[in-house]
Design a protein around this ligand. Structure first.
Ligand code: AMP
Length: 964
């Protein structure tokens, strides 16, 4: 059985299953009005001897159908239920000349399809684009934004979409577009790809508190009623109303973007004639939103200061339509095709979806056709034209009641010369056809008072408007926004903009304002939509693109980058010492002079030696000599990498900004020894006098120690340079300066005279054995505040433990030892895989890892986040509760990384110490939730710890001030 035969059989079955019972000569069939040309409607095979020739002899004057060679009725041209809903086709089967031929009647019902045909909406008509223009969108969309990144850069981003991007898969589009009857466009856009999804997920967190969804609202500058919205929908939003809202705007969304989890809905009015500029309110971001800068670098947006969208009509080339201009128009007989939905606007005498069905009637037009060109004293011709009619009489009735009659003509043209205002009014064209039917149409002539470009009561003044302004006979030139004057020859006065210059400019700090739309062009040192935002710290100049070079904690001017030095510094970059140090400086200068005099003759020798040494070193011939310097050299070379890794956190030039000289330092005794550094008590000369500091130096001169040294320095600088950081209130050890000389390298910190918390806890245990948990809890509260600060800065400490908490003379706990700390963005949390890999990377032995403080995910994947710091904080609470015991799981003293991860996966956790209340144990256990997201945030921990402490001693409270 051939496929063809099967197909015919199926069509036949279709006929037999029709609701209308078929008589011998009359059959019924229905077809939807949107059936495409080529759609088979009914096969006559089996009804009649199909091998005989068959032809439609009646019932289809406009050739909507044809018969294929095997006698099947096929849709030939677009159908339109509103024009003709039924066809009674008479089909002759067999040769007319043979008596055996017969005529079969087929009743074709055209079914109405809701939403079809598309409506031609004049309100959002769009121009047709010239052929050969390379744009491929119906509209062009430009987006611009000014954003501040977490590292204090200001980015001016701008992008115009006027063609599909290369990576868009147009066969499988990720968006659905719908336009309502008010020319409002709604685009549902699926969020795809890892980066976009991550951004969308973070944006959804950035929503305003009073909004259900993330929403950006934009307003047209020229016309405040026109709005543009961008909203974000999440498929697991509990609120079903929101999805309903989305479906209401884009009904096809669920069918077409079935699997989409995140959808942006963009709604705006279809731009028709000119570009519309929208100014957007961007919700403030709760967390930085990461974005991909280059292939492998990631940035994070802290704030969106200004955002704007410009929508401009482009139009499709002739005979094309659709958002991508990828669809072919079907309009005929001079009809205009709508750029958005392809609907046809028929010329007189035509109707139907494609304007290819004759429409009997009469039309009335004028020459000139534009009413603006019809003014007193013009000659106007009125054309009455009949369409597809056999005319008996054609009459034109004038406003004064007189009639002009013409017999048996299809067109009547009547010229009214030197038109007067009395000639205003309705002109009625009426036709009587040969069947006695009457058709009429009315055109109303509205006569302008003055000729084009003329104004005044006597029309004796000339407008000569500039900048495309139209001329109104009474008002004169009607200026476009931004222009004023009798001929629109001058721009709006300073401080004003818009139509008739009635709007006030909001631009601040000397910014100029674009007269047409009020857009601000900021002066150096400022940015934002109104230029009210000064450049972030360490940036200055036009668009904040210059980097400040001020040293020694000087303030940098946002406009010209000049430095205001802190005492005792001076010089353009505050790198020199002031007055009291002058003498020393002079001596130093003389010393330098002398040194230079000695060194110059030696220079050539030195250069030679250095060159040879370098070559030998590179060839590994100078191992013995290099051994000592090796670590430092490598670490210095790595410094660049460390800086690159911390680009999200630390500003360029950080080392020099905090640098001080060892000459101001006098070293004292050793106060402690850490994994990578030793700490010495020292005295530092400052303008305010001598202060005691802790000077941290590398423990060994190897790469690992130097790397940790520089990382700790950079992280501390990043924390201290953050504008929200307050030294006096912070629970992070205070940085006082850096010494980075060849032979001496120190991180100078405030001196915490009570030493580290672990020693303090153990001392307490040894001395009296009693545990006064409520008092020690204050330290936990302080450290929860330090974690809040780190979370805000997107930094992880990676080694929160009692040994890294220092207690100051005022009994304030401060988090210290940032040698392992990281910028969560730079490392994207996944530092390395396994403990061993990490140990290998960092040249560490297995034993040095604080396994028992590490979170489950850090053990398994090397992932470090603010939540993994919270896990370690839970262990710190346990240390406090046990007065500094060594945390151990299941009695296993020395588990391997894998063993410990397995133990934790089984749900084993540190046991409740006997001295610890259930409430307190609940707090620490909450930090050890398997899922990082289920662990409490540091601010919640602070509150809960204060509650625990207050229930222990109701009258005690730890105010923020106690951290001072
Ligand atoms: P770290 O290498 O940071 O772990 O420091 C090692 C030890 O030096 C600490 O355990 C403290 O006992 C001591 N130490 C570190 N920094 C300071 C400081 N700023 N003030 C007082 N002692 C400190």
């Amino acid at each position: 059985m051939s496929v063809n035969y099967l197909r015919r059989l199926l069509l036949l079955l279709g006929v037999y299953s029709l609701p209308c019972p078929a008589s011998e000569d009359r059959r019924s069939v229905s077809v939807p009005e949107n059936a495409k040309p080529g759609t088979e409607v009914l096969s006559l095979l089996g009804i009649e001897k199909a091998e005989l020739p068959c032809v439609i002899v009646e019932g289809d004057p406009y050739r909507r159908f044809y018969l294929s060679t095997n006698c099947t009725i096929v849709v030939g041209r677009a159908l339109d239920w509103s024009v003709q809903s039924e066809y009674l086709l008479k089909i002759r089967v067999g040769q007319f000349k043979y008596p055996s031929h017969r005529v079969v009647s087929i009743h074709v019902h055209v079914k109405n399809v809701p939403g079809y045909p598309p409506v031609y909406n004049d309100m959002c008509e769009i121009p047709t684009r010239a052929l050969g223009d390379s744009d491929e969108f119906l509209l062009s969309l430009s987006i611009s934004a000014q954003v501040e990144t977490t590292v204090g850069d200001v980015l001016f981003a701008e992008r115009t979409f006027s063609r599909p991007l290369d990576h868009w898969n147009m066969d499988n589009p990720t968006f659905v577009i719908n336009m309502d009857n008010n020319c409002q466009l709604h685009i549902a856009l699926e969020v795809r790809g890892l980066t976009d999804t991550a951004v969308a997920a973070e944006l959804s967190l950035a929503k305003h508190h009073d909004q259900d969804t993330f929403k950006v609202s934009c307003y047209a500058e020229s016309n405040h009623t026109s709005e543009l919205f961008i909203e974000l929908y999440h498929d697991d939003d509990d609120d079903k109303d929101k999805l309903h809202h989305l479906k209401q705007y884009v009904p096809q969304v669920m069918a077409k973007l079935k699997k989409a989890r995140l959808i942006y809905l963009v709604s705006f009015a279809f731009p028709t004639k000119t570009a519309t500029r929208y100014k957007c309110d961007f919700p403030s971001l709760r967390n930085p939103v990461r974005f991909r800068k280059h292939r492998d670098s990631i940035g994070a947006i802290k704030n969106v200061e200004a955002a704007a969208v410009v929508l401009a009509p482009i139009g499709c080339p002739p005979s094309r339509y659709g958002f991508l201009c990828d669809k072919s128009c079907i309009c005929e007989n001079g009809a205009r095709c709508h750029g958005f939905n392809g609907a046809c606007k028929c010329t007189h005498g035509w109707q139907g979806v494609a304007c290819d069905i004759p429409k009997a009637g009469v039309s009335a037009t004028t020459t000139p056709s534009d009413p603006a060109d019809i003014y007193i004293s013009t000659n106007v011709t009125i054309h009455c034209k009949t369409h597809h009619l056999n005319v008996t009489t054609l009459t034109l009735r004038l406003p004064n009641g007189s009639e002009i009659v013409s017999n048996v003509t299809t067109q009547l043209d009547q010229t009214v010369s030197n038109i007067e205002s009395e000639d205003k009014g309705p002109y009625i064209c009426q036709v009587l056809d040969t069947h006695g039917n009457v058709f009429n149409v009315t055109i109303v002539l509205d006569i302008a008072k003055c000729p084009p470009n003329r104004k005044g009561d006597l029309c004796d003044e000339t407008c000569d408007c500039l900048h495309g302004a139209p001329c109104d006979w009474q008002a004169g030139c009607v200026c476009p926004p931004g222009w004023t004057g009798t001929r629109c020859q001058t721009t709006c006065p300073d401080g004003t903009h818009g139509e008739r210059c009635t709007k006030k400019c909001c631009c601040q700090n000397g910014a100029s304002c674009t007269p047409s739309d009020g857009m601000c062009t900021c002066k150096a040192g400022w940015y934002g939509s109104d230029c009210t935002v000064p450049c972030p710290r360490y940036r200055y100049g036009l668009k904040c693109q210059e980097t400040c070079t001020c040293k020694n904690n000087a303030t940098c001017d946002n406009v010209d980058g000049s430095c205001t030095c802190a005492v005792p510094w001076k010089g353009t970059d505050c790198g020199e010492l002031h007055a009291s140090s002058q003498q020393g400086a002079v001596q130093q200068a003389n010393g330098w002079k002398l040194l230079v005099e000695i060194l110059v003759p030696l220079a050539s020798v030195i250069v030679l030696v250095v060159c040879v040494a370098t070559i030998l070193y590179k060839k590994r011939l100078l191992c013995g000599v290099a051994a000592g310097a090796d670590g430092e050299t490598e670490a210095l070379l790595e410094l660049q990498q460390v800086e690159a890794g911390l680009t999200q956190t630390v500003q360029p030039g950080w080392l020099s900004r905090w640098e001080t000289t060892s000459r101001h330092l006098s070293l004292g005794h050793l106060v402690g020894m850490g994994m990578f550094g030793h700490v010495i008590q020292a005295k530092l000369k400052t303008p305010a006098g001598e202060i005691t500091v802790a000077a941290k130096a590398v423990r060994r001169k190897d790469t690992q120690c130097y790397r940790n040294f520089y990382r700790e320095a950079a992280i501390l600088v990043a924390i201290h340079e953050d504008q929200n950081h307050e030294n006096l209130r912070s629970n992070i050890i205070q940085l006082l300066g850096l010494v980075n000389e060849t032979s001496q390298k120190y991180i100078l910190m405030e001196y915490a005279s009570k030493g580290n918390l672990l020693l303090l806890l153990r001392q307490a245990r040894r001395q009296n054995g009693t545990i006064f948990l409520p008092y020690n809890l204050r330290y936990a509260v302080h450290i929860s505040r330090a974690l809040q600060e780190l979370q805000r800065l997107a930094l992880t400490h990676c080694d929160v433990a009692a040994r890294n908490v220092l207690i100051t003379a005022d009994d304030v706990a401060k988090l210290a030892d940032f040698g392992l700390a990281r910028d969560v963005y730079a490392t994207v949390q996944y530092v390395t895989g396994h403990k061993r890999e990490r140990a290998k990377r960092e040249n560490l032995d297995d034993e040095v890892f604080p396994l028992n403080w590490m979170s489950l995910e850090s053990l398994e994947t090397g992932e470090y986040t603010c939540q993994s710091d919270v896990w370690s904080f839970g262990v710190l609470l346990w240390e406090i509760a046990t007065l500094g015991r060594e945390p151990r799981y299941d009695g296993n003293n020395n588990p391997s990384c894998l063993q410990l991860a397995r133990t934790l996966r089984r749900g084993v956790r540190l046991r409740r110490p006997p001295e610890c209340s259930g409430e307190m144990y609940d707090v620490m256990s909450s930090c050890w939730q398997e899922q990082p997201s289920e662990r409490p945030d540091p601010d919640v921990l602070e509150k809960r710890l204060l509650q625990v402490r207050n229930t222990m001693i109701p009258c005690l409270s730890i105010e923020r001030e106690t951290t001072v």
